[in-house]
Design a protein around this ligand. Structure first.
Ligand SMILES: [Zn+2]
Length: 338
């Protein structure tokens, strides 16, 4: 939070020196009053730009990124800085991080959710207290945004409201309905309880093609319809209670090939859902830092977080290094130290 102050101080120090040099030179040369006024005006303008600049670029939106624990081998220490970097570097978000590494920290977690436009989850967290769960339900129900990345979809398995928020998540055949995309009818179809794969899972990590199924949705609008994702886990067999998925939209799917341990179906990889007035974006991509280095991942994560926070996405065009249909594209990993 003290970044703008630091930047301002760093920028102002050389300017103060420059200003005094200009004024000294001006005095020595006996420059006429009009010139002095002009120089004074220009330096004043510079001062204004530097003072206003850092404040004007201040983020409009506040995000709370919750992380700190994962029992399934997901390296949150590597992935969280990437998510933070994508949001923070964009200039639109001011990101705070809650690192809940122990059960005690998770139980003591009691933020003022109302301070944030969106909560982003990047871990398979331990249980929060009943009071904090209640506050969170009120927050999302009242219009708060929620973004759930990869393994965070599997946390809080017994917290029914959380499962209702994310719509679909890990489960077995009897745990509600599943979703797939049918290429023959070009439509999303629901798999009734008792049908489809017996249990959720994923095959081996490999590169796979993401296909947009809601190209008009603000998160997807303008992006290529098909793009190659860097090597990642491709989840399959997610389930949700029928009453929790009434407003669920499958934004994108990927073909889960049997040869790589998948289902032979087009599985959802991005969905949006509603909980009361709250918007939820679930991004199944993102097993590792490598998966998150995908330009496509970063683009949809940024767009999805803005959408969850505001219901809109500022048009920014397609990144020049966006992956093509047959070639993935990754950016260097963002490190805390860089
Ligand atoms: Zn994973």
């Amino acid at each position: 939070m003290n970044k703008p102050t630091t930047i301002t101080a760093q920028l102002l120090a050389p300017l103060v020196a420059l200003n005094s040099i200009i004024m000294r030179v001006t005095e020595r040369q006996g420059t006429i009053v009009a010139q002095r006024q002009r120089i004074g005006f220009i330096t004043g303008l510079l001062w204004c730009c530097l003072l206003i600049g850092p404040m004007a670029s201040g983020a409009e939106l506040k995000a709370l990124l919750v992380t700190g624990y994962d029992p399934h081998g997901h390296k949150w220490e590597e992935t969280t800085p990437i998510l933070e970097g994508v949001l923070q570097n964009n200039g639109k978000f001011d990101v705070e991080i809650a690192t809940l590494s122990s059960a005690q920290e998770a139980q003591a977690f009691a933020p003022d959710f109302g301070k944030y436009n969106v909560i982003v989850m990047d871990a398979h967290g331990r249980d929060w207290s009943a009071a904090t769960q209640d506050q969170f339900e009120r927050y999302v129900n009242g219009g708060g945004g929620l973004v759930v990345v990869h393994n965070a979809v599997g946390q809080f398995a017994t917290w029914s409201a959380y499962r209702a928020m994310i719509g679909i998540g890990p489960g077995g055949q009897q745990d509600g309905v599943g979703f797939q995309f049918d290429e023959t009818t070009h439509s999303v179809v629901q798999i009734p309880p008792g049908e489809g794969v017996k249990q959720n899972g994923h095959g081996s990590q490999h590169e796979w093609v993401v296909k947009s199924r809601e190209p008009e949705h603000p998160i997807m609008a303008g992006l290529p319809l098909t793009w190659m994702h860097t090597a990642d886990e491709l989840y399959h067999g997610f389930r949700g209670k029928p009453e929790s998925v009434k407003n669920l939209k499958v934004l994108a799917t990927a073909f889960s090939a049997k040869e790589t341990g998948g289902t032979g179906s087009h599985e959802p990889v991005m969905v949006v859902n509603q909980f009361g007035k709250g918007r939820i974006f679930q991004l199944m991509l993102g097993h590792s830092a490598g998966a998150m280095s995908c330009v496509g991942f970063q683009a949809v994560f940024l767009r999805g977080t803005e959408w969850a926070a505001t219901g809109k996405v500022t048009p920014t065009g397609v990144p020049g290094d966006f992956p093509s249909a047959d070639k993935s594209s990754a950016r260097p990993t963002v490190n805390k130290s860089s």
